[in-house]
Design a protein around this ligand. Structure first.
Ligand SMILES: Cc1cc2nc3c(=O)[nH]c(=O)nc-3n(C[C@H](O)[C@H](O)[C@H](O)COP(=O)(O)OP(=O)(O)OC[C@H]3O[C@@H](n4cnc5c(N)ncnc54)[C@H](O)[C@@H]3O)c2cc1C
Length: 430
């Protein structure tokens, strides 16, 4: 099997037809070149092309091959940091701008889907965050208070309401963010690719960027079959960042998220499981996330081992999570097991790095990138067309390789076991 073929995910099994993205052959010039065709790169390419920029997008696999085509597809507004935390960290002015930008990222997704007629089973019933322990209901209360103060429609829900909407009684309460929703992420990726090509972008699949060097006042990006010379470059490689630009890979921690999908649930179960139609994530340190797809399959995800595998034995934690949520499902048959890599940052924020004149990186969504990466791709298109940094919502930060990066994976594995224990202890009322 070609290692760049799609994983055996539910999304690959139910996806809309692919667009033609032939490998790059030969050398060409462009205004801008983007490396990585996930939501970040696809959205940037689409917005650049719509604005009249001659843009080339290079992808090692195919559009959506990375995390974007494998996600839970949950459209979640906001950053990992709550609005008031953004204000405390960045000051009133920048913090409020960031909060409003984060609050609007789901709108960006739904507007794009509508404007380009993207067929990706998108629904917008809202998004639920379940609180994992009664004594942590403050998490939901403060999120609801902070978003309500800023004029967004969010609601606190108690144990009975969350049980009715989700069909599990594991949560003492939570909150609903009415801006959220869900989609079929690989179909969305392909839809963005189709729209970008229609707008004039060139997308080349199976074209890994293997070299990045200065060429006059611009850059030369090499692939095995050719090269692109352009003034502006965007690295949009997130959890799959390689050694193309020294130090970038070491500025994030790649972490694996795994999912399983059941066979379509029977009518009985469908009436009681996720009857509200909303996707759900919880507030655990190692969160559970789950949803139905458009055929009534239950899709459940969580943190995986640090390796890419579809071997069911490695999905024990995820299946345990599924049984914990819905014990009445019993020994339910699972059809798909798949995972992918997300990029964690030490400050829990996405990183916009200006690496050199004309060379940008936009990575680090901390496992919450369906909406945020789409919106950051749009923002990077503006930056590459000359918008000053000061006018962007997200501040640029210097790229900082994490010290002792090589040690992080084992240290992370130990931290993951510890976090899992803490989650279990709190859920039991400890
Ligand atoms: C299992 C899983 C579930 C998730 N669930 C959710 C969810 O429900 N909601 C949510 O908001 N977020 C979720 N996420 C996170 C979300 O998927 C990511 O944050 C988002 O997709 C990142 O998009 P991206 O475009 O930045 O990166 P990616 O989609 O990872 O794209 C990066 C691309 O860069 C390419 N690349 C790397 N190096 C090179 C090179 N040298 N040359 C050419 N191409 C290269 C890779 O092939 C890859 O396709 C989940 C992630 C995973 C893995």
């Amino acid at each position: 099997m070609n290692h760049m073929s799609l994983p055996n995910s539910l999304w690959a099994a139910t996806v809309a037809p692919a667009v033609d993205t032939p490998a790059l052959e030969g050398e060409r010039k462009a205004d801008a070149v983007i490396v990585g065709a996930g939501f970040t790169g696809l959205s940037a390419a689409l917005h650049l092309a719509e604005a009249g920029t001659d843009v080339v997008l290079l992808e090692a696999g195919e559009p959506g091959w990375g995390a974007s085509g494998r996600t839970g597809g949950q459209i979640i507004p906001g950053f990992k940091l709550d609005p008031d935390e953004l204000v405390a960290t960045y000051g009133a002015d920048r913090g409020e701008r960031l909060a409003m930008f984060g609050g609007g990222v789901a709108d960006t997704v739904f507007e794009l889907i509508e404007r380009h007629g993207i067929d990706c089973h998108a629904t917008r019933p809202g998004w639920i965050q379940g609180v994992h322990a009664a004594r942590r209901m403050d998490l939901a209360e403060r999120r609801v208070e902070q978003w309500t103060r800023r004029g967004f429609q969010v609601d606190l829900i108690d144990a009975a309401q969350i049980a009715e909407l989700t069909g599990t009684d594991r949560y003492p309460g939570g909150w609903i963010d009415r801006r959220g929703g869900m989609l079929q992420p690989l179909s969305y990726s392909r839809g963005l690719a189709r729209a970008a090509i229609r707008a004039g972008a060139a997308i080349h699949g199976h074209s890994p960027a293997t070299g990045l060097t200065r060429a006059g006042k611009g850059w030369r990006v090499e692939t095995p079959g050719g090269a692109v010379i352009a003034d502006q470059v965007l690295l949009a490689t997130n959890g799959y960042t390689d050694g193309l630009w020294p130090g970038l890979k070491q500025s994030i921690i790649p972490v694996f998220s795994y999912q399983v999908a059941t066979k379509p649930l029977g009518d009985n179960m469908r009436q009681s499981i996720l009857a509200g139609g909303m996707p759900v994530s919880d507030t655990r340190r190692l969160l559970n996330y789950f949803r139905l797809d458009h055929t009534g399959r239950l899709v459940v995800g969580g943190r995986g081992r640090p390796r890419e595998t579809e071997e069911p034995a490695f999905y024990r934690n995820i299946v345990e999570g599924l049984n914990w949520l819905y014990p009445r499902l019993g020994e339910v048959e699972l059809d798909h097991y798949w995972g992918g890599q997300v990029a964690i940052t030490l400050n829990h924020m996405p990183h916009l790095n200006e690496l050199a004149p004309g060379l940008h990186a936009m990575i680090g969504y901390n496992g919450r990138g369906v909406a945020m990466a789409t919106a950051c791709g749009k923002m990077m298109a503006e930056r590459m067309r000359g918008t000053p940094l000061a006018d962007l919502p997200l501040p640029a930060t210097p790229m900082k390789p994490i010290p002792f990066h090589g040690l992080r994976q084992p240290a992370l594995a130990a931290a993951v076991s510890w976090k899992r224990l803490q989650d279990k202890w709190e859920s039991r009322g400890g």
